[in-house]
Design a protein around this ligand. Structure first.
Ligand SMILES: *[C@@H]1O[C@H](CO)[C@@H](O)[C@H](O)[C@H]1NC(C)=O
Ligand SMILES: *[C@@H]1O[C@H](CO)[C@@H](O)[C@H](O)[C@H]1NC(C)=O
Length: 249
């Protein structure tokens, strides 16, 4: 760098040239230069390698409730459930129409024979009270029950012709025996026996009776020698000979 000009030599011989002065201090910094022009654009760089996959993020907060969706399709039919309890009794139904006439029924069993009537009964004690039906109280046959051992009367239930018969032992007293029908002594017979003599009286008649007609035997006062013992029977019998034929046959 150029140093500063030295002092003018006065009145003196010209002096020798002086030594170089000491180096001066640096000057002030200069002003910054103007901004240079923009350089040209460089070429596109190469694509970098893919970074490593990041770790799983944390679970986000629960979102807001969404809007109501559309109605879905109908589901499949479910399985059959267990049987329910029985329901309450229903109202009676409407009366049905009258059915068709059915086939004829089978032949029924043979009905009871109503055209039978018979009885036979024996006395168990001698000397029956007079003027009353004699109660032949030992029943030998009375399937239809038309004879009553309680009253001693036969009661007709089938109109027709009847046979009545008796076989009576007489002993100890005389006897007068009457067969009574329609409350009249129709047939009478007498025995005049006394003591230990034994005899029998008998009768057989046919009577036409209507339903409800009653027939019995009686003895008279002081003439009730009707007897019975283990060796001697007294028996009253009656039966339907044939029924009255219905009109039109
Ligand atoms: C130098 O010389 C000039 C003339 O010669 C004289 O007048 C002057 O005084 C002198 N000066 C000094 C300092 O001598
Ligand atoms: C006698 O028989 C008739 C005809 O069957 C009957 O109506 C009546 O009740 C009977 N009487 C007695 C006492 O059994």
């Amino acid at each position: 760098q150029k140093g500063s000009k030295g002092d003018a030599c006065v009145n003196g011989t010209k002096g020798d040239k002086g030594d170089w002065g000491a180096e001066g201090s640096p000057g002030l910094n200069g002003q910054p230069g103007a901004k240079g022009e923009k350089g040209e654009m460089g070429e596109k760089g190469y694509c970098g390698d893919s970074g490593e996959r990041g770790g799983k993020g944390q679970k986000g907060k629960e979102g807001m409730k969404g809007e109501k969706g559309n109605r879905g399709d109908n589901g499949m039919e479910g399985k059959r459930g267990p049987d329910g309890l029985p329901g309450a009794k229903g109202d009676p139904g409407v009366k049905g129409a009258k059915g068709e006439l059915g086939p004829p029924g089978l032949l029924g069993p043979v009905g009871p024979k109503v055209t039978r009537s018979a009885f036979s009964a024996a006395l168990s004690k001698p000397f029956p009270p007079p003027n009353n039906p004699i109660k032949f109280d030992k029943i030998l046959y009375n399937d239809q029950g038309n004879y009553s051992p309680v009253t001693g009367k036969f009661n007709c239930s089938i109109p027709g012709a009847y046979v009545f018969s008796y076989h009576i032992t007489v002993r100890g007293h005389p006897a007068q025996i009457s067969l009574v029908a329609w409350n009249k002594k129709l047939f009478k017979s007498r025995e005049t026996l006394y003591g230990q003599e034994i005899d029998q009286a008998s009768l057989l008649v046919i009577l036409k009776l209507s339903a409800g007609d009653q027939v019995w035997l009686e003895v008279s006062k002081d003439w009730n020698g009707v007897y019975v013992s283990p060796e001697d029977d007294s028996i009253f019998t009656g039966f339907l000979l044939y029924p009255e034929e219905p009109p039109g046959i």
